[in-house]
Design a protein around this ligand. Structure first.
Ligand SMILES: Cc1ncc(COP(=O)(O)O)c(C=O)c1O
Length: 414
């Protein structure tokens, strides 16, 4: 028997282990469009519940915007549903070239290449651009997709302490003689919501003749005055060698991504990037709709401004209520609870109170760093935020955690 009972048992035990450690991830079934309020079924099959959504990456509230939906319908009519091909066989339409050019203009880079996801872009970059003698220096908190991308490369890998420029400089000194050095960071770190010190990173890169790679998935569309990303915010436009980003968050939230930067690097990715060469082209609907999303972004700053003011209000209100937050300015606002059980219980209570936010604990974050991660959206109205805050305070009082420090939180019995 190919799939022997023993094999089945092995996998069943693995799953049981995950469950017993309290790490099993259950999906909440959303029976609705993405938005500030959504109807959720949890557990599957139970009654639908209307919740305020505090955990989506729908930063600009564009996932269900009527103009975005209309553009997607139009795209379907104009360019069809699928292309049944990779890019270099018969999967490149005029709109793919148009979107690549448009993204280069928006991000102020030399050239851009589309991928089916940012995960794919990150899987392509390092293997394609680096050789065995080269060195990849990554921040210790970069996203999992970057870690996987680096694993595929022949180049040597080392890390620097999170956002620690002295440590980065030490490492650059250590690897000074490598033919190519690349500093690798997220623009906004997805678990803590803090922003990379990109101006300092670029200055070090210039001093040590290194390239800079930024994954700006949690910034494209809203960070910086025109929403170009962390390179705009940190005033280093044109100085980041390669930026990867996703269309699956602020830019309409469907899927897709790109790598954008120096033209030689992008050209090489087109020749050798394996997820580009061996995976299907980006669907026409997403390609054309992302063009519309860029129109909306460039025409009106209101959504960016609303996201910024919602973020400011939420951070201030939670701090004043006595929660411990990770400092920062991004719309990712983690509420630190430190204890995994407490984070799980808190998230469950939030659900009962009509708020959708998820508890994160090891291995998603380091041990002892459990938290509820909240994310703001331009789709949130003041009324949503006030209701969500009331729920957080009610549950905070239930567990007696308001105004407590880390040591006190770790002593709370759940
Ligand atoms: C920082 C970062 N990079 C890359 C990705 C992957 O993006 P995509 O969903 O387009 O594959 C994510 C998604 O969670 C992310 O947070």
């Amino acid at each position: 028997m190919a799939y022997a009972e023993q094999t089945r048992l092995y996998y069943q035990n693995l799953l049981q282990d995950i469950d017993e450690q309290g790490l099993f991830k259950n999906e909440r079934i959303i029976c609705d469009r993405q938005g500030a309020e959504i109807q959720v079924q949890y557990p599957a099959g139970s009654e639908l519940k209307k919740l305020i959504n505090m955990c989506s990456n729908n930063y600009l509230g564009l996932s269900s915007h009527p103009d975005v939906i209309a553009a997607a319908h139009q795209a379907l009519d104009h360019r069809g549903y699928g292309l049944s091909s990779v890019r270099f066989i018969c999967g490149t339409q005029d709109i793919h070239k148009e979107l690549e050019a448009r993204l280069s203009r928006f991000l102020e880079t030399e050239d851009t290449i589309l991928f089916s996801s940012c995960f794919d872009a990150n899987a392509a970059v390092f293997e394609t651009l680096l050789e065995a003698d080269d060195i990849m220096l990554s921040d210790r908190l970069v996203h999992a997709s970057i870690i996987d991308g680096m694993r595929l490369a022949k180049a040597q890998h080392d890390t620097f302490k999170h956002s620690d420029m002295k440590h980065l400089q030490k490492k650059l000194e250590m690897y000074r003689d490598r033919p190519r050095k690349i500093i690798i960071t997220d623009g906004v770190f997805s678990m803590d919501g803090d922003i990379a010190k990109l101006d300092e990173i670029v200055a070090l890169a210039e001093e040590y003749d290194a390239m800079v790679f930024v994954d700006d998935s949690h910034a494209t569309g809203f960070m910086g005055k025109q929403g170009k990303g962390v390179h705009e915010l940190c005033k280093v436009l044109g100085k980041v060698d390669i930026i990867t980003t996703t269309f699956g968050k602020a830019l309409g939230g469907a899927s897709g991504g790109c790598a954008s930067g120096r033209k030689e690097l992008v050209a090489l990715l087109r020749q050798r990037g394996r997820p580009y060469l061996f995976s299907n082209t980006l669907a026409p609907t997403i390609t054309m709709t992302t063009l519309k999303v860029l129109d909306l972004l460039e025409a009106a700053p209101e959504r960016r401004n609303k996201l910024a003011s919602n973020t400011k209000w939420w951070r201030t209100a939670l701090s004043e209520a006595g929660f411990i937050l990770v400092d920062g300015d991004s719309p990712i606002v983690p509420i630190m609870l430190y204890d995994a059980k407490l984070a799980q219980a808190f998230a469950q209570d939030l659900y009962a109170e009509g708020v959708f936010a998820v508890g994160f604990f090891f291995p998603v974050v380091a041990k002892g760093q459990a938290r509820i991660r909240t994310q703001l959206s331009a789709a949130h109205e003041q009324e949503h935020l006030e209701r969500a805050l009331a729920a957080f305070i009610k549950i905070g009082k239930k567990y007696d955690i308001l105004g407590k420090n880390k040591a006190e939180l770790l002593n709370i019995e759940v």
